[in-house]
Design a protein around this ligand. Structure first.
Ligand code: 6PG
Length: 221
């Protein structure tokens, strides 16, 4: 893992995402977006970039089990910050349907990915991930069943500490990406990242992200 401390967190994140987009060389750029609060400013800045948006294929690493217009919805946050501002074809935005029964939504999403991937795993050019102070990433929370999923790419995950279900990518899908970029802000999380970089934090789901062949960058702001 490579940790990058950047005082200009948003600019550095945008730079890395745009570099990955350019590396797609005019072909499809499969980008997975994370939720939470940290990335909103990054998405707003990214929307101002002059990119070949028609080549973007957008997925979501996780979603809350709420409708897309709910204040908790990652899709709502991402749409306001980015998707409503750039000309990505609607058919290229693969929304996790939080309003559906969780298992059905996860199965449907995986089918959508498989339809596009053919027989191989759906390989993202870049997956953006956040991390909670408990070391969760996407909606892979400590001591939840999704951590042990080794076949499926997308699952419904019951998160007792939240008293809620979530939809989430699993490690097989995350770890097949060409590039993984963690976006982590704040002193508490910075200490977590340093612990993981020193080989600690084995129980943290975020520490279990180990791309098979891709790059793994932790951007700390
Ligand atoms: C979510 C995210 C989650 C998030 C972390 C960090 O749905 O909340 O996907 O994994 O990235 O919880 O969230 P903050 O950026 O709000 O601290």
């Amino acid at each position: 893992m490579h940790v990058v401390h950047s005082p200009d967190f948003v600019r550095e994140a945008v730079k890395r995402i745009t570099e990955a987009a350019h590396a797609a060389g005019g072909g499809p750029f499969r980008l997975s977006l994370c939720g939470g609060k940290t990335p909103a400013a990054i998405y707003e800045a990214l929307a101002l970039e002059d990119l070949d948006w028609r080549n973007f294929i957008i997925t979501f690493g996780d979603e809350r089990c709420v409708p897309p217009d709910h204040e908790e919805s990652n899709y709502r946050m991402v749409s306001r910050a980015l998707l409503d501002r750039v000309p990505i074809p609607k058919e290229n935005i693969l929304r996790l349907k939080g309003e559906m029964p969780a298992q059905e939504a996860a199965t449907l999403y995986e089918q959508q990915l498989r339809e596009r991937a053919g027989d191989e795993v759906f390989i993202h050019d870049m997956i953006l991930l956040g991390m909670g102070e408990d070391g969760h990433t996407a909606s892979l929370f400590p001591a939840t069943s999704a951590l042990g999923e080794s076949e499926r790419w997308v699952v419904a995950n019951e998160v007792a500490e939240l008293g809620a279900w979530r939809l989430t990518f699993t490690f097989p899908l995350i770890n097949s990406a060409r590039r993984i970029l963690f976006l982590v802000k704040g002193e508490e999380k910075r200490k977590l990242v340093e612990g993981i970089a020193r080989g600690g934090g084995h129980s943290y789901p975020a520490a279990m992200v180990k791309p098979a062949e891709g790059s793994l960058i932790w951007l700390v702001g």
